[in-house]
Design a protein around this ligand. Structure first.
Ligand code: PEP
Ligand code: MN
Length: 374
């Protein structure tokens, strides 16, 4: 795909005019019952800030014994939401059959989920079924961090004549420790935007975070990086949701979250560059803090080992080895010994404080709070 073919995409502002940014998509992860759907939609409509109502009818679940969506029955409920609230409706399609059903029912927008974007056969099947329609389609990134696969899915839709296309960033599966359900890896959507500046990119903080408390920060990061829309899952009673309960929020909390966001204006070039650099610094600091917290947990594990084996806390040889090796590594990275002294002393003092607490005051490892996912 080249710049020219992407330029054929019709900008959102042309087919959905008058919507202030960010364009907001919300609704439950899954369509569960007609009542759940309608009550959520009524409250979302009342916020006045939601532009498109989402609801998953067919749910691609990791394990076969999870709730896999209500299926066809949900189509009519979604259509009723539109009739009653006036909100346009969107759902995920993963096959030609889904596409046909949704086109016939009058859905306003369709999206391709990340588990489908990975599969060119499925994307092609969907693209073929969409041929001749001018419905807008959102293409979520593939679950794996493969930019070419994401571009390929967009290209397949374009070749089927779809011109209202939006890319949606929802993070990437990650093997290892991360606070996110799906690691943002912002460099990938940034790479997409760099290659295709006219393509609009939305963000789905819900599936990136997997938990409510991180949503606002990720949504803000997305806006700070110039993403022009957000998809945030909401549910009338999130804790009772049949899927993705931990990441859904009430319509009321959605409104609070949206009102807390800073929508950046277009700065003059120099200042815009500054804002981008600063948000990069914020993310880097956040990563550093998570690593430090992870290191402290390890120091605590060692504290328990020392307690159980009657070993002294302060091991001078080890401490001196840490100081020497780290100072050497740091030098190669352009960090001064003076800085490293302050940093290592602080780190060591805190580790000793935690181990001392374990040795003298903590009664049992079992009573310790659960180790955080970091
Ligand atoms: C969803 O939006 O409900 C969903 C399943 O998302 P994703 O494809 O990003 O996992
Ligand atoms: Mn979900």
């Amino acid at each position: 795909m080249n710049q020219r073919s992407i330029a054929d995409i019709i900008p959102l502002s042309n087919w959905w005019p008058g919507k202030e940014k960010p364009f907001l998509i919300s609704g439950p992860c899954s369509v569960e019952t007609e009542e759940q759907l309608l009550s959520t939609a009524r409250q979302l409509a009342a916020t006045g800030g939601v532009h498109l109502f989402r609801g998953g009818i067919w749910k691609p679940r990791t394990r076969p014994d999870s709730f896999e969506g209500v299926g066809e029955a949900g189509i009519e409920w979604m259509v009723n939401v539109k009739k009653e609230t006036g909100l346009p409706i969107a759902t995920e399609v993963a096959s030609a059959h889904h596409v046909e059903l949704c086109l016939n029912a009058g859905f306003d927008v369709l999206w391709i989920g990340s588990r489908t974007t990975v599969n060119p056969f499925s994307v092609q099947e969907i693209a073929d079924a969409l041929q001749g329609s001018d419905i807008p389609v959102i293409v979520k990134n593939p679950v794996n961090p493969d930019l070419q696969l994401w571009i390929g899915a967009i290209e397949r839709l374009q070749r089927a004549g779809i011109r209202k296309i939006i890319a949606m960033h929802r993070g990437f599966s990650f093997f290892g420790k991360t606070i996110y359900r799906n690691k943002p890896m912002w460099e990938i959507p940034i790479g997409l935007k760099t290659l295709f500046p006219s393509l609009e990119i939305f963000c789905d903080p819900s599936h990136i975070c997997g938990r409510r408390d991180l949503l606002a920060k990720v949504a803000q990061q997305a806006l700070d990086l110039g993403m022009s829309g957000l998809m945030i899952e909401s549910h009338i009673s999130p804790d009772k949701a049949w899927s993705d309960a931990r990441q859904q929020i009430t319509p009321e909390n959605l409104l609070t979250l949206i009102n807390s966001l800073h929508v950046r204006t277009k700065f003059p070039k120099g200042e815009n560059e500054l804002a981008l650099l600063r948000s990069e610094i914020d993310r880097t600091d956040e990563d550093i803090l998570h690593l430090i917290a992870q290191r402290m947990k390890l120091a605590e594990e060692i504290g328990w080992y020392k307690k159980e084996n009657n070993v002294m806390i302060l091991q001078i040889e080890r401490w001196s080895e840490i100081r020497n090796t780290r100072t050497e590594w740091a030098k190669k990275l352009g960090l001064t010994p003076a800085f490293m002294k302050v940093y290592l002393d602080a780190l060591h003092a805190e580790s000793i404080r935690r181990q001392t607490h374990i040795m003298n005051e903590a009664d049992s490892k079992e009573n310790k709070p659960e180790r955080d996912i970091i």
